[in-house]
Every structure is written in structure tokens, then in C-alpha cells.
Design a binder for this molecule. Structure first.
Ligand code: HAM
Length: 415
């Protein structure tokens, strides 16, 4: 029979790694709760228009990377390539602005982008994201960045570096756009094909191009910060001062424009030294116009998302305790198995993690399995024990064994 393989760029998270994922996600939840965030669970599918309108028609994600299909009623549906647009949609649809003065929301889940798979880049990947609605003050930008920094510290993530920038607002960005077009005007023939198009529709994105040639060409390009209006400049200065107060080190990266169109003012990325080409482990920024652009009331907003696979690859999981059963039951023969089964039923009801190998086998082979699974205690039931109405309880660490009457074994293990 032909073996069916998983889809390219789609990763299985095996038990070896899933413990680390759970640990990381629990840490994130705990820290987010400390900062006053609540979880929002958003759908995996949305109308395509939500993403094209928010992320931007001329972005790589919308142009080339979305998994889109026609629903049976002809409507276009897309597997979400990111979470922000859905959170904004839900914020508007459920009138969250009316129920709270501001909203701090977080989400964890899979996203889908049909990118070229490579190390750290998947077609299905998980994000842990957080978004704040209703606060325009620069301090919340610094707070959300320091929350991310705290999470990385608490996970002992080494070598990540915070880069920040401000890309201004609709008032000051047109002047910057023009300055950029002026700068690249006599260099268009040297740009990659993608950037030739970007020059027309989205010249800011040239600064973000991964091609080494375009990268070199943009070395002396105008800087966003030199074109900021007074409001945007004082916001950006405020973010930097507050990051200093919070003790979060950062680097100014004037080329950090981000690959999604909804950003205004602050943009930021945490990049990790060992991640290779796909080195952004988390990224985000302010997007003060998106709620209004999607039909809601004008609401300032800021947020970020972490790439779960990339964070996990930076995380040292050797200290995460592996799941192992407290008890392994070794039963020798059909009758002993019957006895064992009634014990295991009770142990499970008591919440005591217990396994047994119903395939049976010799004492030696079953003990080997108990050892391999790292179980703390083993219950052994053979013919002898059956006839005496007892079980043998073995402590796997001390290797001490005692006889325990069948009727008492659950009680004893409960203690
Ligand atoms: P993004 O930069 O597209 O931003 O993605 C955020 C993070 O998701 C990246 O830094 C990376 O760690 C991870 N990521 C993205 N694409 C892939 C992929 N193909 N494979 C593995 N990991 C990936 C956003 O998605 C925005 N929604 C962030 C945001 C939230 N801005 C404001 N609020």
C-alpha cells in the first residue's frame, strides 16, 4: 500500500516536543493574564475580503500566499494567514468597545501561508498573539513589548534582539513614500522583479526585501524617522523612553517596515541569532486605522504575534518534565489481566496516571516497558498474587517491593 505523507511545510509536533509547546503556551497565558489579557478564540476560516482589505492587496501574503477556496454558495473563504484581522473583525462585530473601556486580547492557534517551506518557515504554523484596542498612548506600545520580553526572559530564551521603528501615519507617510520613490527612481532597473512592482504600488516594502542586492541598494535610502510628523515623532520618542524605563534593550532599525499594510507608527520585531534566514521570532506594531478601515469606530490598536515553531526551536526543553505514568500495571495471564483491569478503572477515576500493556508478555518484558516509560510505581499481578488476593507494589526508584491486599491498593496509591 502507498504510504500517505503529510503535506509539505506542515509540521507534526510529536510528544517529544509537545510538552515544550504546552509549557511555553502556559507561560504565555500566565504572563498575559498578569498584564490583564483575556483569551479570544477566533475561527480558522474567514471571508477572503477580511484579509485582502486589512493585510493589503499588494502584500506577498494576499497576492501569493493565501489558501483560498470557493465555498459551496460561491463565497470566497480563506484559511487565516494571521490572527490580527480576525480579532479586529470580532472586536467590531461583538461591539467589544461598548463592554469595556479598552480590550486586551490574546490568541493561540494555527495560521496558513503558502510560502516556500524552509527551516523555520512552514505553510501551517502556530502563532501566539496579543492585541490591545482603545489605547493610543505610547506607553502601551512599550508595555506590550516588555510583556513579550518578559515572556522570552521567563523561558530563558537567549540571543534575541529587539528592533524597533516608526513608519508614521497617513499624514506623514506620503512625504516619505515620495522621498523613497525619488531615491529609487534611477535604480529601478537594478531592483528584483518583486521590488520593481513594489516601486509602483508599495515602495516602503523595498526596504524589507530579502534579496541581498535590493538590501544593498536600500542601504542609503531615506529613513522613516526623518519624515515623521510631530505627533508620530513624540510617540516614537515616548516608546523609546518607556522601553528604557522598563529595562528592555532595543536597536533602531530604520528599515523595519513590516510586510503587512495595516501598521501606523510603531513597528517592532524580535529576531533570534540562531534562527537563520527566517529569524523573526515575534513581530508586531501599532495599527490605529484598521478598526475604522474594517467598518468599526475609530480605535487605536497595537499588537504582536510570536511564531510558535521558531520560539520552540530557541527554547531549551531539557528541563521540561516528560509525561510519564505514575503507575504501570504488569499482569501475567488472562485472569490477572481481569483483576488488573478493575484496578486500572479505579485508579483512572482517582486521577492517578496509570497504564498497562494489554498485549501482555513476560514479567521481564513488561518491566522493561515500565522502565522505559519512566513510571514511578509498578503493580505486579501474577498467579501467585491472584491466589493470595494481593498485588506486589514496586517502587521503581528504591526498588523496594511490598505485598498489598487488592482491596487496599487504590487507597495506598491515592496517598
Ligand atoms: P508576521 O510578521 O506576519 O506578523 O508574523 C508574526 C510571526 O509569525 C513572525 O515573526 C514569525 O515568527 C511567525 N511566522 C510568520 N510566518 C511564518 C511561517 N510561514 N512559518 C513559521 N512562522 C511564521 C503578523 O502575523 C501580525 N499579525 C503580527 C501582529 C499582531 N501585528 C499586530 N498584531
Amino acid at each position: 500500500m502507498n504510504q500517505i505523507q503529510g503535506i509539505k511545510g506542515v509540521k507534526d509536533v510529536l510528544p517529544d516536543e509537545s510538552g515544550a509547546w504546552q509549557y511555553i503556551q502556559q507561560k504565555a497565558r500566565d504572563i498575559f493574564h498578569t498584564f490583564g489579557y483575556s483569551e479570544i478564540i477566533i475561527p480558522v476560516i474567514e471571508f477572503t475580503e477580511l484579509f485582502s482589505r486589512s493585510i493589503g492587496e499588494t502584500t506577498d501574503i494576499v497576492e501569493k500566499e493565501m489558501y483560498t477556496f470557493d465555498d459551496r454558495d460561491g463565497k470566497k473563504i480563506t484559511l487565516r494567514p494571521e490572527g490580527t484581522a480576525s480579532v479586529v473583525r470580532a472586536y467590531i462585530e461583538h461591539n467589544l468597545r461598548e463592554t469595556a473601556p479598552f480590550s486586551k486580547l490574546y490568541y493561540i492557534g494555527p495560521m496558513f501561508r503558502r510560502e516556500r517551506p524552509q527551516a523555520g518557515r512552514y505553510r501551517q504554523f502556530y502563532q501566539i498573539g496579543a492585541e490591545v484596542f482603545g489605547i493610543g498612548h505610547y506607553m502601551i506600545d512599550a508595555e506590550i513589548i516588555s510583556m513579550l520580553n518578559l515572556l522570552f526572559d521567563s523561558l530563558n530564551i537567549k540571543g534575541v534582539e529587539l528592533q524597533i521603528n516608526s513608519i508614521g501615519c497617513p499624514q506623514c507617510r506620503p512625504a516619505f513614500r515620495e522621498a523613497l520613490k525619488g531615491f529609487f527612481a534611477d535604480k529601478t532597473s537594478e531592483l528584483c522583479d518583486n521590488c520593481k512592482r513594489r516601486f509602483e504600488f508599495n515602495p516602503l516594502r523595498i526596504l524589507d526585501c530579502k534579496s541581498t542586492h535590493c538590501h544593498a541598494l536600500s542601504e542609503k535610502a531615506p529613513k522613516t524617522v526623518d519624515y515623521l510628523c510631530n505627533d508620530c515623532l513624540s510617540h516614537f520618542n515616548g516608546v523609546q523612553e518607556s522601553l528604557k524605563t522598563a529595562g528592555v534593550p532595543y536597536i533602531n532599525n530604520p528599515k523595519l517596515v513590516r510586510g503587512l499594510d495595516y501598521y501606523t507608527q510603531t513597528t517592532f520585531e524580535f529576531t533570534g541569532g540562531t534562527l537563520g534566514a527566517q529569524n523573526a521570532v515575534a513581530a508586531g506594531g501599532r495599527y490605529d486605522n484598521l478598526v475604522a478601515e474594517l467598518g468599526g469606530p475609530s480605535t487605536p490598536a497595537v499588537g504582536f504575534s510570536i511564531g510558535m515553531e521558531r520560539l520552540s526551536s530557541l527554547f531549551d526543553n531539557s528541563n521540561v518534565t516528560k509525561q510519564s505514568p505514575s503507575v504501570f500495571i504488569v499482569a501475567l495471564g488472562e485472569q490477572a489481566q481481569q483483576q488488573a483491569f478493575s484496578i486500572i478503572v479505579q485508579l483512572h477515576k482517582e486521577g492517578i496516571s496509570t497504564v498497562m500493556d494489554y498485549n501482555g508478555g513476560s514479567l521481564k518484558s513488561q518491566m522493561r516497558k515500565a522502565d522505559k516509560l519512566n513510571s514511578a510505581q509498578v503493580i505486579i499481578i501474577g498467579e501467585d498474587e491472584l491466589s493470595k488476593g494481593i498485588v506486589v507494589l514496586r517502587d521503581m526508584q528504591s526498588k523496594a517491593q511490598i505485598d498489598v491486599p487488592v482491596a487496599e491498593v487504590v487507597n495506598r496509591l491515592r496517598k
